[in-house]
Ligand binder design. Sequence first.
Ligand code: AMP
Length: 213
Amino acid sequence: MRIVLLGPPGAGKGTQASRLASNLGLVHVATGDMLRAEMSAGTELGKKAKGYYEAGDLVPDDIMIRMIAALIEDEGDEAGMVLDGFPRTVPQAGALDEVLQHSGGAIERAVNLRVSRDELVRRIAGRLICTSCQRPHNIESSPPGKEGVCDECGGELVQRPDDRPEAVERRLKVYEEQTAPVLGYYEKSGRLRQVDGEQDPDRVFSLLLAAVR
Ligand code: AMP
């Protein structure tokens, strides 16, 4: 099964996509995590993406489409996947369908996690991410056992540069203008489902499971 998880920044895509992938035995593909890994390794792709990323802008479609097409071509998609953070524009959604068509696959479901703007801003302000395994934590809702240390791997927890208030405003605007139209793309082909992302994480997860089954 191939699933796309949609929603604004701070909606819980990373946390829920990771849970969904382990529950259904699918591969979790997170383009934001892939970019962060490229940037910390200092690759050419990482250098190209850095300026856009830190400002809260989208990395250009051609770079992102090449990155996802290479992943699918190199690793195959037979195991199925949960995509988190891709597609973020209508051209990316179209390109994804085309790439999968070549391998005989398709996105069967797109699920949108709906969360109000006030709640998004509150969640992002408290978010910390592990520099080593990228697991997200939240000072308020899921504080680490030891301050500044990842519960999962012991790595260092930091605020993402794009979670600073100036970049968050920009990301929410970019979401409204460029990513929200992706909902219409999946709606038209009957693949879109909506889930209330403001419930507690366990409840959101069971709603999500019901939506993809
Ligand atoms: P995320 O971790 O999914 O919130 O992504 C963090 C940042 O990475 C975004 O604000 C963009 O700058 C960049 N990014 C991740 N995925 C994409 C994508 N599909 N298209 C363009 N930019 C992306």
